[in-house]
Design a binder for this molecule. Structure first.
Ligand code: SF4
Ligand code: FES
Length: 241
């Protein structure tokens, strides 16, 4: 099968603007987009830059836009694209460091702000701390997030407001707030009760639409909003009594 790869190239050290470059690619084997990019890099242009690691849709590093759709290049098979023209672009709304490699710092800085780990005084060292399956079911989709950054890149609010934490970080916070093992106090997690937090979301659901792991970050943001309101009401009534 013959393909024409049209890949967005940009080296900020020498290019004035990003531009598309065409590569002809032929293979008789069933290959993924990442394998084709590796072949192109190895055989045609060793300066082509892109990220990957696990090649099993687990590490989240190969997210890009393939024929207009956000996806993981390692799990996207060429024959599934039903086209001999394959247009590859980096995640939008993020600074291009080189070709398909974007600066993920704002995404991970937002994630770190919500403290993405279980906070508890309990000692889990012996035998761990298992939770009920029904409790796990409530947070499983958020646990499945592989931090690929697609939702952050597609989010119109994150693209215009650098203070907005973004869908992945907020959904991840909901995952910990709902986890019965996590004992972070309300005073800590309620810091997202702001425009840069849950109230910044425009609820356009782009994040739900683009997630390659079927996480629905906007649902997590909505759930956090509801939880904040309920906690606030509880506190008002407690104060009045
Ligand atoms: S929620 Fe989905 S799109 Fe967003 S970072 Fe996680 S896996 Fe990627
Ligand atoms: S290389 Fe890890 S998700 Fe694609």
């Amino acid at each position: 099968m013959k393909y024409l790869f049209r890949i967005l190239r940009y080296d900020p050290l020498k290019d004035e603007h990003p531009f598309f470059q065409d590569f002809f690619y032929e293979t008789d084997e069933k290959k993924s987009v990442i394998e084709a990019l590796m072949d192109i890099r190895n055989e045609q242009d060793c300066t082509l830059a892109f990220r990957y690691s696990c090649r099993e849709a687990i590490c989240g590093s190969c997210a890009m836009v393939i024929n207009g759709k956000y996806d993981l290049a390692c799990r996207t098979m060429l024959n599934s694209l039903m086209s001999s023209l394959i247009v590859i672009e980096p995640l939008p709304n993020m600074e291009i460091q080189k070709d398909l490699v974007v600066n993920m710092d704002p995404f991970f800085e937002a994630l770190n702000k919500i403290e993405p780990y279980i906070e508890s005084e309990a000692d889990f060292s012996e035998g761990g701390y298992r939770i009920e399956e029904k409790e796990m079911d409530k947070i499983l989709q958020y646990v499945n997030c592989i931090l690929c950054g697609s939702c952050y890149s597609a989010c119109p609010v994150a693209s215009r407001d650098e203070n907005y934490l973004g869908p992945a970080a907020l959904a991840k916070l909901y995952r910990f707030v709902k986890d019965p093992r996590d004992k972070r106090p309300f005073s800590i997690w309620s810091k997202v009760n702001t425009e840069g937090g849950v109230w910044g979301c425009d609820t356009v659901f782009k994040c739900n639409e683009v997630c390659p792991k079927s996480v629905r970050p906007a649902d997590g943001i909505e759930a956090l909003r509801r939880k904040l309101i309920v906690e606030k009401i509880k506190r008002i009534f407690k104060f009045k009594r």
